[in-house]
Design a protein around this ligand. Structure first.
Ligand code: RUB
Length: 301
């Protein structure tokens, strides 16, 4: 169980972060754990894996990649040889997640024209893949990265793009409306996509979408199919994680009574989203329902 507890802690304290990475880390932990379980009857094995899955799922509440990855791996428990199957499913998830990001890069890069300035928010592997692919196709592009307070994941994005040789400008989150006239397209990642085509992503994403809408700048999100939330098809709401206020600021003395709120994500309504880039193609937000129906079935069992 050590690997499970360790992974749970790393996801919780954001040592491992970003929806795709969280999902793959959970799948990997389940695989490693399954491999260590020896000489056990199938029922006992299933109990242990389900318990491990539950713990991993509870590490962070918003990114649906986490429960979707766990569910994918746990489907192996239904097979004749559950241990072998769980290990195989975990490996499958990790490989298909990496391939999905690559495909999103190729599909999304088609929306980026030569000479474009792109704005991105937070640190999304999938959004970065789109930008990197466009750049390596030879397009002359510039990128604005927001800082993404309070944890400044935008610094990671700016460094990753700089390492590729891309022209990057870091801006504070509140400067998006100031710079939007210089932006041709917004590309962000996704922690979850709902059945009605809304996007749950890093706090501030919805403000950027609104600003892009006002300025008539296309707003795209990159989301692997496992970022679509199956339970939203039956009206379930996605929990927005609220993190430790100390991530924002710490006041002393009499100012300790100042309240601080620190929601980590927000919801962008579908009307502000021009397209969702998935590994199976570019879809309008209205197409989210079809993805959930095709890849997850009608209702969660
Ligand atoms: C990360 C975040 C990213 C999505 C998508 O938030 O909001 O935009 O997770 O990332 P946090 P990816 O830093 O709180 O985990 O495309 O890498 O899955």
């Amino acid at each position: 169980m050590d690997i499970i507890k360790e992974t749970y802690e790393k996801i919780k304290n954001m040592e491992i972060r970003g929806a795709g990475r969280i999902g793959r880390a959970a799948a990997y932990a389940l695989k490693e754990y399954a491999e260590t379980i020896m000489y056990m009857d199938d029922e006992e094995f299933k109990k242990k894996i389900i318990e491990a899955g539950e713990l991993l799922r509870s590490a962070r509440p918003t990114a649906v990649s986490l429960p979707n990855a766990v569910k994918y791996v746990l489907n192996g428990l239904k097979d004749e040889n559950p241990k072998e199957s769980v290990i195989k499913k975990a490996e499958e998830f990790i490989i298909s997640s990496k391939n999905a990001t690559k495909n999103i890069g190729k599909i999304g890069a088609k929306r980026i024209k030569d000479g474009y300035t792109i704005l991105t928010h937070c640190n999304s592997e999938a959004a970065i893949e789109v930008i990197k692919t466009a750049y390596h196709e030879g397009k002359d592009i510039k990128v604005f990265c927001t800082e993404t307070r309070p944890r400044n994941q935008g610094y990671l994005t700016a460094k990753a793009l700089c390492d590729e040789g891309i022209d990057v400008t870091l801006i504070v989150d509140s400067a998006v409306r100031y710079f939007i006239k210089e932006v041709d397209i917004v590309v962000v990642g996704a922690d979850a996509i709902t059945a009605n085509g809304c996007l749950v992503n890093k706090i501030g994403t919805s403000q950027i979408a609104l600003i892009a809408h006002e300025a008539r700048v296309p707003f795209l999100t990159s989301a692997e199919t496992y970022k679509f939330h199956p339970k939203t098809i039956v009206g379930e709401l996605i929990e927005i994680e609220e993190r430790d206020p100390k991530e924002v600021v710490e006041f002393d003395g009499k100012y300790k009574k100042i309240k601080i709120r620190n929601p980590a994500f927000d919801v962008t309504p579908s009307q502000y989203i021009d397209a969702i880039i998935t590994e199976v193609g570019l879809i309008p937000p209205q197409g989210a329902w079809y993805i959930i129906e095709k890849y997850f079935g009608w209702i969660e069992p």
